[in-house]
Design a protein around this ligand. Structure first.
Ligand code: UDP
Ligand code: MN
Length: 321
């Protein structure tokens, strides 16, 4: 009897000791992770501060003293980039637009977040430009009537629904949108809740409306939806990530007043100075931030623990036990 209870006591002590050790180690791990985050945050701030006014892609500065930053939200679209850079560079040179390219390459393991990447691009570019264009890498303007000049009056939506080959709803503001730095700051950039494909541009439309910004679009264009742009997007190769995970659908339908330009956190890991056909551009490798408690749908289905267990189970050959 005594022997048995002694055994019980020692088992209990062992269990308590194990729990205690786990708690201590997990706390140490969290602390360590936090200090790592802080350290990389400090490093990225230092890196941002050290980004000098870059060499300009062309020597003609706009007669009005403006300079355009082309912000390209990007991941695994190198074939398209090879076409995009020379095409846009010649297109803008024909309009004498002083410009430079910022390719914002999302290299973390979260689902693609176009809004966050545009906010990051703006943070990196704002000291060296007076206006921005957020530009899909796969949408090439074909008509020289489309102006990329300084949009002083309000956001200028180049890829208007009347001209875009695919999206024709009136409130569409995706694809190619020009804005002054001031207007982009005024609306606090994009919501960063949108991981995966779609809706971030519709939420951005709500921001423009609420700020009473009028959206301008090309006028008197001689071309139409079939020949104003070319959308070089083979949907068999580049599939859209349309999954709606957890309560993503419900949350992302609403206007977001919490996140934006001023809450966008990221780590800038590398800057590559590159050229395509002698045209200079830079690729910024960034890891974006996700609070997985608040927006758990940032995780790819295969990297969230429950689905990865499911995935592993499905992968097991049926005849193995
Ligand atoms: N994009 C990217 N990698 C991705 C998904 C999107 O680089 O995996 C960028 C790219 O600039 C693209 C834009 O986001 O042009 C819009 O995405 P997508 O072309 O899939 O949307 P669409 O306008 O064709 O519906
Ligand atoms: Mn596309």
């Amino acid at each position: 009897m005594i022997k048995l209870s002694l055994k019980n006591v020692s088992i209990s002590i062992l269990i308590l000791f194990t729990i205690f050790t786990i708690i201590i180690f997990s706390n140490l791990f969290i602390l360590n992770r936090e200090s790592q985050c802080l350290q990389s945050y400090v490093e990225h701030q230092t890196l941002i501060n050290s980004i000098r006014k870059p060499t300009r892609t062309i020597t003609n500065v706009n007669h009005d003293g403006n300079h355009l930053a082309i912000l390209i939200p990007f991941r695994e679209r190198f074939n398209q980039l090879l076409q995009f850079i020379p095409h846009i560079n010649s297109f803008l040179n024909r309009q004498n637009i002083s410009h430079e390219f910022f390719v914002i390459n999302q290299i973390d393991n979260y689902r693609f977040n176009r809004g966050a990447l545009i906010n990051i691009g703006f943070q990196l570019a704002q000291n060296s430009c007076t206006y921005i264009v957020m530009h899909d890498v796969d949408l090439l303007p074909l008509n020289d009537q489309l102006s990329y000049g300084f949009p002083a009056r309000g956001p200028f939506h180049v890829s208007s629904p009347d001209l875009h080959p695919k999206y024709h709803y009136e409130t569409y503001v995706g694809g190619i949108l020009l804005m002054t730095n001031e207007h982009f700051k005024l609306v606090n950039g994009f919501s960063t809740n949108y991981f995966g494909w779609g809706l971030e541009d519709d939420e951005f439309y709500a921001r423009l409306k609420e700020a009473n910004l009028q959206i301008y679009r090309p006028e008197n264009i001689k071309t139409n939806q079939s020949n104003t742009f070319i959308h070089i997007h083979d949907q068999n190769i580049y599939k859209r990530d349309t999954a709606k995970l957890f309560n993503q659908k419900e949350i992302t339908r609403r206007r977001d007043r919490q996140t934006g330009l001023n809450t966008t956190k990221f780590n800038l890991l590398t800057i590559y100075n590159m050229t395509i056909e002698n045209i200079e551009f830079r690729i910024f490798n960034v890891a974006i931030y996700c609070n997985v408690d608040r927006t758990p749908w940032c995780l790819k289905p295969s990297s969230s623990s429950s689905s990865s267990i499911k995935f592993k189970k499905q992968q097991q050959p049926k005849n193995r036990r």
